[in-house]
Design a protein around this ligand. Structure first.
Ligand SMILES: [Zn+2]
Length: 154
């Protein structure tokens, strides 16, 4: 499998020292800057994006205070993910693209559980921010509906 970048910089400013990382579904790459050329359907597993300490505080405020995500300002070139190798993609060229629905449902249900436990003292702020980013992104992509999570994307 092709592994993207190993040392992933901050996706907002490109700084190499990062403090926090979150995982988002591959389809969310389409919301990122420079994300259009990436074959997100061929991504295996979640996409990781990292933030430096300064930018993390902005992202945290955006998520927790404004209930929104920063993805349109994140550079997809700084995202980390695994792509199926070319020959795997060729072999499966006649098949349908990788179904991302199961992963999206898993991330969405984990995010929902996190937000349900937001008042639990053991719930970490990082997890809450990640949950908000994941759910708002999936909503924007039209594959998750807060009112009907069990029927996401159907
Ligand atoms: Zn930064």
């Amino acid at each position: 499998m092709y592994a993207g970048l190993t040392n992933t910089p901050c996706c907002l400013c490109g700084r190499e020292e990062t403090s926090t990382r979150i995982a988002v579904p591959p389809r969310a790459l389409t919301l990122l800057r420079n994300g259009e050329p990436i074959a997100w359907r061929d991504v295996v597993g979640p996409v990781t994006i990292r933030f430096c300490a300064d930018d993390w505080s902005v992202v945290r405020d955006l998520a927790i205070r404004m209930d929104t995500h920063p993805l349109s300002r994140c550079n997809a070139a700084y995202a980390s993910f695994d792509l199926r190798e070319d020959h795997e993609a060729l072999l499966s060229a006649t098949k349908e693209a990788t179904d991302q629905t199961a992963l999206e449902e898993r991330l969405a249900s984990r995010a929902t559980e996190t937000l349900d436990a937001v008042d639990d003292p053991y719930t970490e702020e990082r997890d809450v921010v990640e949950a908000i980013v994941v759910l708002r992104a999936l909503e924007e992509l039209g594959v998750w509906d807060a009112d009907a999570p069990a029927d996401a994307g159907r």
